[in-house]
Design a protein around this ligand. Structure first.
Ligand code: ADP
Ligand code: MG
Ligand code: ZN
Length: 500
């Protein structure tokens, strides 16, 4: 069920009248082998309720023990986000009833999160840098999953619900920004750039598989509008579980247009959670927002404070990988390309693919050329992301190798790539099956040359008279006659030899 049709205000008009304020809460599921407070495995996709124990299904008398590896990941995330790490932080009980949460409370952190006061610098598509302030990053546990049977899959109209507690207790880190103000028309873009940068960072840290489609990275987007220039923030809505980078941008844009319509009509925004609908990019009302008091937070009595030793924190600081943007700057320097070219490479998602292609043995320039032109066009016409093309960097490198060896011309190589993309097998296989190899047999070429000269006696005459430039037309005809399978340099030699 999607939102009832609402009049939306044109985006330009929203921006004319209002300043958007955003706050992003990103939940990342850590890739630890076991859960946050028990030894149950965390493998995704296991049969329902096969990864549970008394602790994570909240049986009376069971006691939680914090997962050291999860704490380690939380500290590394905090450090990478330029946060301070609290020498002593506590877990808190967040009390609320929800069927997928068997304890009736969630162990989280409240006023003493492990990491706080950081920032993440993100780059917008035109190269503008934007600093997003981080309020805190705290540890908590995931809930289970409800499955609504019958009807559309939502609870409304379902005949019954099933509960799977495999996910209950999986370690999460929630990263919360301070209000993002002043982005104006670019607010949705800033949000997307932030989640993208955060995802890349978490991936580089190797703390999570950051699969938004599988829910291991989830974003809640808080949005409010205030009249342009006003100091006080407006009332926010919180759109939950936006599950792709594109959707972050779409959901925020939609909320801005929807809220503007209500405000301009003299209405008020209700503080509530909202559901995002992937199919049409709209949001619809969820539940009225609880306030912190509703949760009756109190310190978790079954867990001691987390007190990481200063030396441990320092040591974890030395394990931070080269951060994505530092790596990007280094690669740009290595490749010697301009800011603009680098930005384009980043925007089309080509950087890692090019690196992998070079690692597989191709020259950097050829690798770049392939990914940003021919393969980018292919991705475009096939309507997929570059990285989702069904050709691997190793296959691209091997095609480039065949060109370097003179076995393929660029034109033929592109046909080989298309064959690979169409599932015809490895490049060598496609070359063999489609018969694409450059014709090396001089006698076959000679025949084509003679025919082309015979068909163009005036041009042949010019070449004989010393006008070597005229050979181009003959070479072109021979290339056509051989369906691009001749080596043009060799053809030219043969043409000139035939005319002298
Ligand atoms: P909650 O517990 O309601 O989820 P959090 O503090 O976890 O609240 O997160 C709220 C998020 O919304 C933060 O990122 C915060 O910066 C942001 N925020 C707070 N007030 C506003 C507002 N008026 N408009 C937009 N975002 C806001
Ligand atoms: Mg929150
Ligand atoms: Zn368990």
């Amino acid at each position: 069920m999607t939102a009832a049709a609402v009049e939306l205000i044109d985006y330009d008009q929203v921006i004319e009248k209002f300043d958007p304020v955003m706050g992003l809460e990103v939940h990342v599921e850590l890739g630890t082998a076991t859960k946050m407070f028990c030894g149950c495995p965390t493998t995704f996709g296991a049969d329902p309720n096969t990864q549970v124990c008394p602790v994570c299904i909240g049986l009376p008398g069971s006691l939680p023990v914090a997962n050291e590896k999860a704490i380690e990941s939380a500290i590394r995330i905090g450090l990478a986000l330029n946060c301070s790490i609290r020498p002593s932080s506590v877990f808190a009980r967040k009390n609320y009833f929800y069927p997928d949460q068997p304890k009736n409370y969630q162990i989280s952190q409240y006023d003493e999160p492990i990491a706080f006061d950081g920032h993440l610098d993100v780059v917008l598509t035109d190269g503008t840098e934007w600093r997003v302030e981080i309020e805190r990053a705290h540890m908590e546990e995931d809930t289970g999953k409800s499955l609504h049977i019958g009807g559309s899959g939502r609870i409304h109209g379902a005949s019954h619900s099933l509960l799977d507690y495999n996910r209950a207790g999986v370690p999460l880190v929630e990263i919360v920004t301070r209000p993002i103000v002043g982005a104006g028309a670019r607010a949705p873009e800033v949000a997307r750039a932030y989640v993208t940068a955060l995802r890349d960072l978490l991936k580089a840290l190797d703390v999570s598989d950051v699969r938004m489609d599988q829910g291991s990275l989830r974003c809640d987007a808080n949005v409010s509008l205030k009249p342009t220039g006003a100091a006080e923030f407006g009332t926010r809505t919180e759109t939950k579980n936006v599950n792709s980078l594109k959707s972050v941008e779409v959901a925020i844009t939609y909320e801005m247009r929807r809220q503007a319509a209500i405000l301009l009509a003299g209405g008020e925004i209700v503080q509530e959670t909202r559901h995002y609908h992937e199919t049409d990019g709209t949001t619809s009302a969820g539940r009225r927002k609880e306030t912190a008091e509703d949760y009756r937070y109190f310190p978790e009595p079954d867990l001691p404070p987390v007190q990481p030793a200063a030396e441990w924190i320092e040591q974890l600081g030395t394990t931070l990988p080269e951060l994505p943007w530092v790596r990007r700057a280094r690669i740009q320097e290595e490749w010697g390309v301009s800011d603009e070219v680098m930005r384009d490479l980043v925007n089309v998602g080509a950087v890692d693919l090019i690196i992998a292609t070079v690692d597989a043995g191709a020259g950097a320039e050829a690798a770049r050329g392939w990914w940003v032109s021919f393969l980018a066009q292919q991705a475009n016409s096939r309507e997929v992301e570059l990285a989702d093309l069904t050709i691997t960097p190793a296959q691209v490198a091997s095609i480039i190798g065949l060109v370097d060896e003179g076995k393929l011309t660029t034109k033929l190589a592109q046909q080989v790539a298309v064959g690979v993309l169409d599932g015809e097998g490895e490049p060598e296989q496609v070359v063999a099956d489609r018969g694409l190899e450059v014709v090396r047999d001089d006698s076959a070429l000679q025949k084509a040359v003679d025919e082309a000269l015979a068909a163009n006696p005036d041009i042949a005459e010019k070449i004989r008279g010393g006008k070597v430039a005229a050979a181009g037309k003959i070479v072109g005809d021979v290339m056509k006659a051989t369906r691009g399978q001749a080596d043009p340099a060799r053809v030219k030699e043969l043409v000139i030899a035939a005319c002298s």
